[in-house]
Write a protein that binds this ligand. Sequence first.
Ligand code: SAH
Length: 361
Amino acid sequence: MKGLDSQVEGQTNSRPYLLDLSVGDLKTLIEGLGERPYRANQVLAWVYRRFVSSFSEMTDLPVAFRTRLEETLVINRLDLVATQEEEGGWSKKFLWGEDRKPLVESVLLRYKYGLTGCVSTQVGCPVGCVFCASRVLGFQRNLSRGEIIEEFLGMCRDQGERLGHLVFMGTGEPFLNYDEVLAAIDMLCRKDTYGISRRKITVSTVGIPEAIENFAKDGGGAKLALSLHASKDETRDKLIPLNRAYPIGRVMEALRHYAEVTGQRVTVEYMLLKGINDGREDALRLSGLLAGLDCLVNLIPWNEVPGLEFEPPGKSRVAEFKAILERNRIKVTVRRKLGGNIEAACGQLRRRTVLSDSPDR
Ligand code: SAH
């Protein structure tokens, strides 16, 4: 009896997670259950096109087969622990958990051109940028390809519709979880799954040169955004510890390589911190750094993080910074303050939930 119990338990624990499986693996598994491989396409359509979260909803499959699937596979790993909607509905934050414990966040953003899903790639972040909320809780682990896909499909399910764009700008550094991020992108781009175009996907990186160069080959046309945030190493070293390993010159070389190889315009994110990187000289030096590169600069006034000593710049400073770049013929936008008031900036909802008993809140 004991042997049987542990066997059953073992089986339960090792049930594969559907969203981690390749299409080939799913077909093999379904054939192993005595069904024809085309059944895999039906399952994929339910999951990736109708966003169901249980096998029982797959009503065009024989009931016995649905039961077998249920016994064999895990369809969902993330539970929705909390959501928070910004006033006016411009953004909505999703806090996902495992076993009801807060794990990762995703954000849905409503732009004029449609819905964008912003996903996390790691639980916490190992990079430790000094201005970021994710730093406070530290790094726990990488997300799997399936968990990343589930964040995205979970937001589609919530909205009852497809999201047109996918950005990797949540918690974590995508290029420190390179293989899983790439696998999630490849999976979502397939015609027999979600079928999103690579041009609708943007990966934002802190700037890991070799990974940027590899992504030029592996990304297949996905877009790239670099979190530059400073125009000289002295400043960037203080904001982003990884800059000591990969200084601005090396990161820019990789970015230029990316733009050249892919023929794509890249995005340069520049977060403005009052008195630290928002001066005239910074704008001029940034213009020099970007000269001749096909890029769009996205200026992001810092979102306040409780407990951190920074300040966002005033409106006129942002406007002046923008004007200097424009005078130097650099394309620039200022990020609409989306989600700031629902703590949609990196890691803040999770931080608050995890720290909700702590005295500083
Ligand atoms: N690790 C990736 C993606 C994660 S964060 C990266 O570094 O690009 C997405 C963007 O939000 C990055 O540009 C990050 O530097 C920025 N960011 C983090 N905390 C912020 C805050 N409090 N206010 C504004 N932007 C922030």
